[in-house]
Design a binder for this molecule. Structure first.
Ligand code: CDP
Ligand code: MG
Length: 136
């Protein structure tokens, strides 16, 4: 049975700043993802805090929200068979040092915090995160 899903991908400030937007999109397309909607935006700190609310008790929360709001990001609605899992696989581990060869974070990530991309981690969070950026 087919299981076409949509997931949220973000090209984070470190990658936009290094002009990696085109190369990262090319990797998604080469791996069978369709970019259904996309926009380049900059969010403010309180929007970043809302987006990352699941992490509010973590020691890195404040820095994470400063970082996500520090410069332009590209948010994309991606679609593919099993898109949520497939995107997590293609991104690689949170820490680029642990990410497998061929993953986006291995190729472009600078550090555990500046790891170039975000991807929804579950169907529930994909729907919440897509609504956050694309709800009309
Ligand atoms: O992004 P991912 O789902 O792989 O990781 P997460 O555990 O949900 O953490 C969200 C984001 O917080 C990461 O992508 C990092 O940018 C950041 N983070 C950090 O700065 N320091 C950590 N020790 C863990 C995560
Ligand atoms: Mg996460």
């Amino acid at each position: 049975m087919s299981n076409i899903e949509q997931t949220l991908s973000i090209i984070k400030p470190d990658a936009v700043e290094r002009n990696l937007e085109g190369q990262i999109k090319e990797i998604f397309i080469r791996n069978g993802f369709r970019i259904i909607e996309e926009k380049k935006i900059q969010i403010n700190k309180s929007e970043a805090e809302k987006f990352y609310k699941v992490h509010e008790t973590k020691p890195f929360y404040n820095e994470l929200c400063n970082y996500l709001s520090s410069g332009p990001i590209v948010v994309m609605k991606l679609e593919k068979e099993n898109a949520i899992f497939e995107n997590r696989e293609l991104m690689g581990s949170t820490n680029p040092k642990d990410a497998k060869e061929g993953t986006i974070r291995k190729k472009f990530g600078l550090s555990i915090d500046k790891n170039s991309v975000h991807g929804s981690d579950s169907l529930e969070n994909a729907n919440i995160e897509l609504d956050f950026f694309f709800k009309t």
